[in-house]
Ligand binder design. Structure first.
Ligand code: HEC
Length: 588
């Protein structure tokens, strides 16, 4: 199969969903058009004096001719027929698209209406949506010409994306494209802008530096759940061999307007053979259309002083039972060094219901940083904090995500199915992206697996929590096993930046042994791999035994399996602590 993007025209019926989606959030030049200052609403609300200023400030960046929204709201004539629908969408807060609970966090790209603005619009419609004196309409905002770079100059490097044909109707298209770049050494990105080719069909785009958590070849073709994930690689991307290191997730940017511009000296480093991945969402518009978008990179001047790191809390072990109306899963991220959080990008698929980010400081204080109570897959926003939030080393970002996998979720294609991690629309994800910076002169580093496991185990009784290693295995550890005297156990596995965690639903306590039957989800499409442990308590808080993959243990028939598993050994947190206390530290 020729996957070269340049020689390919994408035809739609082959595309299926992949992850990743960010709305075109078009910010208006806030403040320039005054909104009613007084808390008392005007007696007679008119388009010219009261409503147009609000819509100019908050709506027309999208609702103008030839842009992402279906209709223009620039003039009274254009807006009047939509009055009822405008009332309905603003009072329910569907429009403008902004899903954060206003009680938590202040965001610089907040485009939501104030309660007063909503009341003004509602009263206008209730009064028959009158025009008023047309000479009182303020000048419409200066909107950039469609098709020009909003940065006002040509980018330093442009990736021209393969043309995508979108049919007149049918389901939405989700397409991943991966491109190889060829940039001079030592360059870094200070701003990035997506120039949409056809805004009548292009809904939103997420951009990552590097292929999303995989190496180039794996990205090239994948069939999961019997559906083909169509991914296009240009010639350079087919040869990622020149990459200095394993490509990793490098950044997430909102495409559209305005461009993402980082403060001077702050940005993202590039390698010369940089890969860039784009997750694109197309929405058929009623007329067949072709999109040819461009991604523009603006290089920073001088030294890169502060590297923006995109990280995430994820739960690849998630499982959503069939018909579950409100299923919750958790994910965490542990900060290895003093950091400042800049922004959030919650990501789930069509069953996603809500997501909340809470920061737990090393002293135990907790603060909700972002709550998205009604998550909307179609409007995945990036939430940029007005003020960076300090996360000292040892802080934990907790993420709680909820899904509705029942019939009451009209977007749910199949409520009868158990759902696990995967990139298709029929799978789900819990990826809570966020960006952070560390102090000047420091290199951002990820927490090591041992620290992760240690932090998680520290949340349990130290007598019951064991850090273990499996002998002679690539992913032999660190693992965490929690074996309480009563109730459900837990197991944890750190795998790069990902943490697998799972409860142990079956625990059998024998005389001096314990049998634990659990499962973990691996790979796309969510294959569930049974895992069992046969553990023996030793002296001084040690735990030894065997792990069995793809197997469930029958506590009545252990002799049949003894000696056939993967040996492991470990120590309880309590024992490790007292051993540390009695060993004099080196050099003292
Ligand atoms: C970020 C871009 C964006 C902004 C800002 C925005 N809209 Fe929308 N709007 C859309 C898109 C796109 C749709 C089409 C439906 C969808 O994709 O959700 C839409 C749909 C609508 C609809 C429903 C149209 C229909 O077909 O029934 C109304 C009404 C509406 N918007 C009003 C507003 C108002 C009023 C504001 C400002 C207060 C606003 N929008 C701000 C992008 C936007």
């Amino acid at each position: 199969v020729d996957r070269s993007a340049s020689s390919h025209r994408l035809s739609s019926h082959r595309f299926v969903a992949v992850a990743g989606a960010v709305a075109f959030v078009l910010l208006s030049t806030g403040g320039a058009w005054a909104t009613p200052a007084s808390a008392d609403l005007p007696q007679q609300v008119t388009w010219s004096e009261h409503v147009a200023p609000i819509l100019f400030q908050r709506c027309v960046a999208c609702h103008r001719p030839n842009d992402v929204a279906p209709m223009s709201l620039l003039t009274y004539k254009e807006a009047r027929p939509w009055a009822k629908s405008i009332r309905q969408t603003v009072t329910t807060r569907q429009m403008p698209p902004w899903d954060a609970d206003p009680r938590y966090g202040k965001f610089s790209n907040d485009i939501s209406l104030t309660d007063e603005q909503v009341a003004v619009v509602a009263r206008w419609v209730d009064q028959g949506a009158p025009e008023g004196d047309p000479t009182k309409v303020p000048a419409p905002p200066p909107l950039p010409e469609p098709g020009t770079w909003k940065m006002g100059r040509q980018p330093d490097y442009v990736v021209e994306l393969a043309p995508v044909d979108v049919p007149a109707d049918g389901p939405d298209l989700f397409i991943t494209q991966v491109y190889g770049m060829n940039v001079p050494d030592g360059k870094w990105v200070q701003a990035i802008e997506l120039l949409p080719g056809n805004t009548s069909v292009l809904h939103h785009v997420v951009t990552y530096l590097g292929p999303f958590g995989m190496d180039g070849e794996q990205v090239a073709s994948e069939v999961s759940d019997g559906v083909e994930r169509t991914i296009f690689l240009n010639d350079a991307a087919k040869r990622p061999a020149g990459m200095a290191e394993r490509p990793s997730l490098g950044g997430v940017w909102v495409a559209g307007s305005p461009p993402s511009v980082f403060p001077p000296g702050t940005g993202q480093p590039l390698v010369s053979k940089q890969l860039v991945s784009l997750n694109m969402h197309y929405h058929p518009s009623g007329a067949a259309a072709t999109d040819g978008s461009k991604l523009g990179f603006y290089f920073g001047e001088g030294e890169l002083q502060k590297v923006i790191t995109t990280a995430f809390a994820a739960d690849p072990g998630m499982i959503i039972p069939p018909q579950a109306e409100d299923h919750a899963e958790h994910a965490i991220y542990l900060f290895a060094q003093d950091s400042k959080i800049l922004s959030f990008l919650p990501h789930m698929h069509v069953r996603g219901k809500s997501m909340e980010y809470t920061l737990e400081l090393p002293d135990g204080r907790k603060e909700v940083l972002l709550s998205v109570p009604e998550y909307d897959y179609n409007w995945q926003n990036i939430y940029r904090l007005e003020e960076p939030v300090p996360a000292p080393a040892g802080s934990i970002l907790h993420v709680e995500a909820r899904w509705n996998n029942s019939e009451s979720n009209i977007a749910n294609p199949d409520p009868g199915r158990e759902i696990s991690w995967g990139e298709g629309t029929n799978d789900e994800m819990l990826v809570a992206f966020f960006d952070f910076i560390v102090d000047e002169g420091q290199k951002p580093k990820a927490v090591r697996g041992e620290e992760y496991i240690g932090t998680l185990l520290a949340r349990h009784d130290p007598e019951d929590a064991y850090a273990i290693r499996l002998e002679g295995m690539a992913f032999g550890g660190p693992w965490g096993l929690v074996v309480p005297e009563q109730g459900e156990g837990m197991f944890y596995l750190a795998f790069g930046p990902l943490m697998f965690s799972s409860t142990v639903p079956e625990t059998f306590r024998l005389e001096d042994e314990v049998v634990l039957n659990a499962s973990m989800v691996t790979g796309g499409g969510g294959t569930r791999l049974p895992i069992a442990f046969l553990a023996r308590y030793g002296e001084n808080g040690t735990l030894t035994g065997e792990a069995f993959f793809n197997q469930r243990l029958d506590p009545k028939n252990l002799d049949a399996v003894r000696g056939k598993g993967q040996a492991f050994s470990g120590t309880s947190l309590a024992a490790a602590k007292s051993a540390q206390a009695s060993t004099p530290s080196a050099g003292s």
